[in-house]
Design a protein around this ligand. Sequence first.
Ligand code: ZN
Ligand code: ZN
Length: 436
Amino acid sequence: MNKLFMIAFTTLLLSACGAEEGLTQAEEDTQVSEEQANEESTSDESTEEESTTADDDSESEDDASNEDDSTEQGDVSGEDDSSGNDDTTEEDDAADNDSSNEDDATGEDDAAEEDDATGEDEGDVSGDDDATAEDDAAEEEQVVDAQICTTGSQLGDIPANYVAALEKYTTTNSEYTVYVCTQDTNNDGEADYMVVESTNQPEHESYYFEDDNHHHEDFDFDTNKYKYDAVYDSQRTGAAGNNMIEAQTVIMKMPITPSAAATKTNTPYGTIGLAINGVSFFNENAAPGDDITEELFTFDQCSGHPQGSGLYHYHVDPVCLIRDLGGEVTTATHTEGGKTYSWIEDTGTNAGLLVGFLVDGFPVYGPVGNSETDCNAEAVSSDTIDGYNGHSHCTAEFSEAIYHYHVKTAEVGATGESVFWVTNTQYYGEPGVLSR
Ligand SMILES: [Zn+2]
Ligand SMILES: [Zn+2]
């Protein structure tokens, strides 16, 4: 029963991924335009098996080619600093969001990446840091500059009920840039969007960080066979091509007054929201021709992976982030052939933990698990969860009831092993604008 459910679910989930990967490079190019990544993207993208393919076999050739492109990142860093130009591209990006950018896991492993590691003392907290931003730019190669939140985080115009929650974006990732500000798009003196701007780099360990990044940690991908045993069916385990985490410029503009959409909008293949550490959430939508089940087996120790342009993302419950936010996790183990594999699992008791927002401006909390309580410690029935994986009640960050999503719980087999991140194929609210 559980298993069935799980499988159905995963099917959904997986299909989503595929889509992404399959994506057209059109958009990719657009968005990445600044980096010239595109050139390579073309080639890579075609292959795409996102993650699945590691380096072995057939695909290997493609991979091979990708590597040549390795230069890419370098480029990124260079020019983007100028800041000015990026802005221009932004709208275009906005447009393509819907299409897909995703998981082209193939290509680019470039190095550069780590620089960012240091750069960012800035973002985190408040506005005053802005000053430092430039300094950093100078000292490091500051891969990405702010496009909207150019003076760092400014919560002055954020609606009062959102301040406590959005402030967490500015205090969670102490290493990489995550800014929160507002934007008045029509110059009428009123903010139209709550903006979160991020370089999309997790502060936790990952196989997908380059070796010289202090967050790089090896990972035996065979672990995923046991972690996702309910859906393991001889899928290939291994890294997502040659993709490695790269700094991005991801800008999430949420409506200043989030509201339920009269007509629901489908979530796109690509970033649909940002975790509280600034990392992208992807949905579980299926893309034609792709098998998302393959993707699970390319996830790193923190249940995430990068797509073709190095954009790291979570399709499932972000277990390391939950751990780092103070949530409860456990270590599960499985011994096979004399070897013991271990991984982190959500205990299912983190329903009150804010893990991020979707672009429609509604917050995302941890999986409901077996129980949930509201801000008054009163029990909330899981029966109230709607078809968008959400419901309304007050939370630690919102003293008045607010609609919020929950990471959907799905067991792996009958073991209660895994909790997946699941959003529906549609947003509950009116989505704002996402660009990268
Ligand atoms: Zn993916
Ligand atoms: Zn809830």
